[in-house]
Unconditional design. Structure first.
Length: 321
């Protein structure tokens, strides 16, 4: 998957409109200066030669050097990756704690008004563009009510030098014992993460409801009810536990969609993460940085998929590897 993705990105970047050299030097630069710069960057070579040079570079675990800022591509990625992962994980937690309980509740109240309302919610939020949801939450909770900040990772009184241990602001504030800074970080994190969580929760509402309906028709649920076990325990302890197994696979697959939505969310909330870095470098036609960010994204998604497969085998005794 990673190989196919990086190959597609390599080709698409070089056939799309726009010249990185003219972007750097300006459209009125002398032709000989433009050609010299193209030769310096290796852009004068045939496309197939550039491609194999890039593969050899990746084989040495080298993402290359930025065309624009003359720094290693890995440097800005190291600075931004923690912000993106922190946002993605908290967004997934919101997705998990909104979508799965609502789906289970809807299944337990099948064909009632509450079931219909939850299903309608799932369909609506799944169709809402994530950037529109972010703008609406900013408008309501940031501008009108002034409950939450609408941009940035921290407030003006919390300095980035405080977070030099891991780059994950939540973890770093806990490690240094500064709980006022922790509250400030969580305050800024809430709106962008709940934006991601709400939009993606629609998938889990529908999937959880469908799996719960199958589980509630199972013989073990009928036996539990016959023994007089309370209905809440039957639904949330017996049926949900078994319905959760296929949800785990979807949880891993949705992480890729989460990273895609993070590009729009980080732009909307001025979040200093990898997705925003990617968008900035697309504007600048910085090929190596764009390719490097995509490769890291692909590796993260592959790693999550692998972890999900391993956990799937651990929680489901029917699956053997």
């Amino acid at each position: 998957m990673v190989f196919i993705l990086l190959s597609l990105v390599f080709v698409v970047l070089r056939v799309m409109p726009g010249d990185p050299v003219k972007s750097m030097l300006g459209a009125h630069a002398p032709p000989d200066v433009i050609e010299a710069k193209r030769a310096e960057l290796g852009l004068d070579k045939p496309l197939i030669i550039q491609y194999f040079d890039y593969l050899k570079q990746l084989a040495r675990f080298d993402l290359g050097e930025s065309m624009i800022f003359k720094q290693k591509v890995i440097q800005p990625i190291k600075e931004k990756i923690a912000a993106t992962l922190e946002l993605a994980v908290t967004g997934m937690l919101f997705t998990f704690f909104i979508g799965i309980p609502l789906g289970a509740f809807a299944a337990s109240k099948r064909r009632t008004g509450r079931d219909f309302a939850i299903r309608l919610y799932g369909n609506i939020v799944y169709c809402i563009p994530v950037y529109w949801m972010g703008l609406m939450l900013q408008l309501v909770f940031g501008v009108w009510l002034r409950w939450f900040p609408i941009a940035g990772r921290t407030g003006a009184r919390v300095f980035p030098s405080m977070f030099e241990k891991t780059g994950f602001y939540i973890i770093d504030t806990i490690l240094i014992g500064d709980f006022s800074a922790l509250l400030n970080v969580l305050h800024h994190l809430f709106l962008p993460s709940i934006t991601l969580g709400i939009v993606l929760s629609g998938v889990f509402v529908r999937l959880t409801r469908a799996n719960m309906l199958d589980a509630l028709r199972s013989d073990y649920v009928l036996a539990a009810r016959a023994r007089g076990i309370p209905e809440k325990k039957v639904v949330y302890s017996h049926a949900l536990k078994n319905a959760f197994i296929p949800l785990l696979t979807m949880l891993g697959l949705q992480f890729a969609l989460l990273l895609a939505n993070a590009i729009l969310t980080e732009t909307t909330f001025s979040w200093p993460g990898m997705a925003r870095l990617l968008l900035e470098r697309i504007y600048l036609r910085d090929y190596p940085t764009i390719q490097g960010v995509i490769v890291i994204f692909a590796l993260i998604v592959s790693a999550i998929s692998l972890i999900v497969d391993i956990v799937y085998a651990l929680i489901d005794p029917r699956v053997k590897y």
